[in-house]
Design a protein around this ligand. Structure first.
Ligand SMILES: [Ca+2]
Ligand SMILES: [Ca+2]
Ligand SMILES: [Ca+2]
Ligand SMILES: [Ca+2]
Length: 765
């Protein structure tokens, strides 16, 4: 059983496209078949198997079919294509190989690269029977016919005459923007299914850069490669032909004589600086070419098994097998040699990736599933998606599917635009093809990038691709698309390609009014490494235009105290925004009123004092004063940050003067002073105490000074203010006499005289 890549839709107009087909491969000759007609044409597909000889260099013979006979197949009749006259046998250690072979009318043709494994020559027509007999020999691990798998021979494709210029924009599989300008191809502006139904390769290229130098090797086991195509310049590190014609053609001839291999290799690893880059574009990601399929796209299992071992032994990290046979029917079991070879590859941390096949599970009328070798657990089974991110109509599905990648599908316009564009084998141009064959090398390319960026274990690479795929169709793994469509960017970077930026406005902002607060949003970032733009809102609408800024580290000055919610929105290059808030706490400085002078007064004397306060804020202030004598709190005029106190007390006593200055932000400060107001009698008494207590005076002087004061006090007691005034004047005279006689210093005399005059004024107020 076979599978081949198919054309899912009508072909582009002939005026626009040169249709290529392989001469002699009449099965798939034009006119191309629509999807529907293709399904109906399966008998034709199979009937044509005998036609393989016309374009095969292996001359395989199809069994189970008569040449040209009408074909009606059911599962039990499913044909198996084998290489005639040989079988593959793996002996157990220590087996007497040639003896066992002879017992079964077989003899060794050649060793295979897989240890203890040989190709035995057997009579033509008896391959299956002899293999079955050998399988029962206890010294034989397995024996099988050398079945032929297929790439997609005679795949309908269109070639394009590419002008100079970057045509990567025709690679919707790498970067699907929703439209492609294909005027050069005569197709106008093409709508490409679903925006972002791609593998996010463009983002990866941007991330790794055009000079990405990581190393890895991808083995392409296929129909060979166009070694001279500019897409492969410097990329091919080796190749080998594994076909039975190597004696005549030479093992070193791995030139692509079919087209499939060049296309597949180009999808995986075309250089990055050509018109149409491959997934693993880096110049140090190399290609190892195993030509295991002939010009008809026929690929014997013996060749593939040898090539797998060879690739694993020659530095490959990934082995791409866009080939297979439909083994999902009751007849098919897959090749034990191929499976053993893949086990060997995995033991060397080499990851095989395989196409699931293009039959939509219904090859030739029976329901199958994933083809071999994809069906083996050793190989990562890759299905195909369309440019709408759905399972491609042809893509085989089932329990073994692991992952998907764009393989293309038909489109309503019937152009090849929805196929995958990659190098042509017959010229340095490019062509479109579609199939799981095209999906698989995208996975191989991604695997190579993962090896090239530091992963070393095949299981890790495989798991990474599964974990980072974009889930499609039914949530989680599903049997149509596996884990979903690969996402190269997420796999390589571990980040979402459209990750939202992180807004980091900082925290702990505090300050005072009128003083600029310095904000720092420079820790903001985009996980994708893209620049971000800033938009601050300081939560201070009263500041007008100054309330916003586009700087990374702006400053803002608040004029009012409070707790402000500050908002930082950062936007990445993709227009994705994130917002985070922080707080700025702005304090109010309370007015600080400086000390006020108190006073000791006599009734009738006026209290005056100057005062001031400090407040660094940009506030306005109001002040009050209470002179403490029951006259209440009254407004106090401010002159800037100064004020003047003035009050006349009507009653004697000790009064507390209280000044309060309030700002307009709830802050207030106070200062107080004590004002003592004495009656004249108290003033006389205080003068007397001062005289008695004055130092340096003899008792005669004290007596001389005390006498008039006591007399004045007694006169006041009697209410005789005139006498009291005269007696206070007598006190002054006595003071002056004492000064003249030097019983008292002039300064002391002046002080006593002043006291006496204030008392006189108070008596006569
Ligand atoms: Ca994308
Ligand atoms: Ca899914
Ligand atoms: Ca981003
Ligand atoms: Ca203040």
């Amino acid at each position: 059983m076979l599978f081949s890549a198919r054309e899912p839709g009508p072909s582009p107009p002939l005026s626009a496209i040169r249709r290529s087909k392989i001469a002699g491969c009449r099965r798939f000759g034009p006119p191309p078949l629509s999807r529907t007609s293709m399904k109906r044409a399966f008998p034709l597909f199979l009937a044509g198997v005998t036609g393989l000889s016309a374009c095969s260099d292996l001359s395989p013979v199809a069994t189970g079919l008569g040449a040209g006979a009408p074909v009606s197949l059911n599962a039990s009749e499913a044909p198996v294509e084998i290489v005639p006259g040989q079988i593959i046998v793996r002996f157990r250690p220590g087996a007497a190989r040639s003896e066992i072979a002879q017992q079964h009318r077989a003899h060794k043709k050649s060793d295979m690269l897989l240890e203890r494994t040989e190709i035995l020559e057997v009579p033509v027509g008896e391959e299956a029977a002899i293999a079955a007999q050998l399988s029962k020999n206890p010294n034989v691990e397995f024996a099988e016919t050398d079945e032929i798998m297929r790439v997609g021979p005679c795949e309908t494709s269109v070639s394009c005459d590419l002008p100079n210029g970057d045509l990567a924009l025709w690679k919707w599989d790498l970067h699907n923007t929703g439209t492609m300008d294909m005027a050069l191809q005569g197709w106008g502006t093409v709508t490409t299914g679903k925006v972002d139904a791609d593998i996010d390769w463009a983002e990866t290229y941007d991330h790794l850069g055009p000079d990405f130098a990581g190393s890895a090797v991808i083995a392409i086991l296929d129909t060979g490669i166009r070694t001279t195509h500019p897409a492969f310049a410097g990329k091919i590190v080796g190749g080998r032909r594994f076909l039975s014609d190597t004696v005549t053609v030479g093992t070193g001839n791995y030139t692509d004589d079919q087209g499939h291999g060049s296309h597949v290799a180009g999808i995986a690893a075309s250089r990055g600086d050509v018109r149409i880059p491959g997934v693993a574009y880096g110049t140090n990601i190399k290609l190892l070419i195993g030509k295991v399929c002939n010009s008809a796209g026929s690929c014997p299992n013996s060749a593939t098994a040898n090539a797998i071992v060879w690739a694993a032994n020659n530095g490959a990290n990934v082995i791409n097998m866009s080939l297979g046979a439909f083994g999902g029917n009751p007849d098919g079991t897959g090749s034990a040699a191929q499976q053993a070879a893949m086990q060997y590859a995995l033991s060397k941390e080499v990851l095989p990736v395989c196409a699931t096949g293009n039959d939509d599970n219904k090859p030739n009328g029976y329901t199958g599933g994933i083809g071999y070798p994809a069906r083996f657990p050793e190989c990562m089974a890759v299905g195909a998606t369309s440019w709408s991110d759905t399972k491609a109509s042809y893509s085989n599905y089932g329990a073994q599917i692991e992952i998907s990648a764009p393989g293309g599908d038909g489109n309503s316009k019937g152009t090849a635009a929805s196929f995958i564009l990659a190098p042509l084998h017959s010229s340095n141009s490019y062509t479109w093809k579609t199939g799981t064959s095209m999906a698989t090398p995208q996975v191989a390319g991604l695997a190579a990038l993962l090896y090239a960026t530091g992963m070393t274990r095949a299981a890790d690479v495989r798991a990474r691709m599964i974990q980072t795929a974009d889930d499609l169709e039914a949530p989680g793994w599903d049997n149509r698309t596996g884990a979903g469509r690969i996402n190269v960017y997420r796999a390589v970077t571990g980040k979402d390609p459209n990750a939202a930026p992180v807004a980091a406005p900082g925290s702990g902002y505090a300050g005072n009014k009128g003083v600029a607060v310095q904000f720092d949003g420079s820790a903001s970032n985009d996980p994708n490494g893209k620049p971000v733009t800033f938009a601050w809102n300081f939560g201070d609408p009263a500041s007008g235009a100054a309330n916003s800024s586009t700087l990374a580290t702006p400053a803002h000055t608040y004029l009012r105290a409070g707790s402000y919610m500050v908002t930082l929105t950062v936007t990445d290059a993709a227009g994705i925004a994130s917002t985070t808030t922080t707080t700025a706490v702005i304090a109010n400085i309370a007015p600080n009123v400086s000390a006020i002078s108190g006073a000791t007064l006599l009734l009738g004397e006026r209290y005056t004092a100057a005062g001031s306060f400090a407040d660094a804020d940009p506030d306005t202030w109001t002040a009050t004063v209470n002179y403490g004598d029951g006259t209440g709190t009254q407004g106090l005029a401010l002159n800037g940050k100064s004020f003047s106190l003035s009050h006349g007390y009507a009653a004697a006593g000790t009064h507390t003067v209280l000044v309060t200055v309030a700002d307009d932000d709830g802050g207030a400060g106070t200062s107080s002073a004590s004002v003592t107001v004495m009656t004249p009698q108290q003033g006389i008494h205080a003068t007397l105490i001062a005289a008695v207590g004055a130092s340096g005076m003899n008792s005669g002087t004290v007596t001389a000074l005390s006498a008039p004061l006591q007399a004045a006090s007694e006169s006041l007691d009697r209410g005789n203010r005139t006498a009291a005034t005269e007696q206070m004047q007598a006190f002054i005279n006595q003071v002056e006499a004492q000064v003249r006689s030097r019983q008292m210093t002039a300064a002391m005399g002046a002080d006593f005289s002043a006291r006496a005059n204030r008392v006189i004024a108070s008596i006569n107020r």
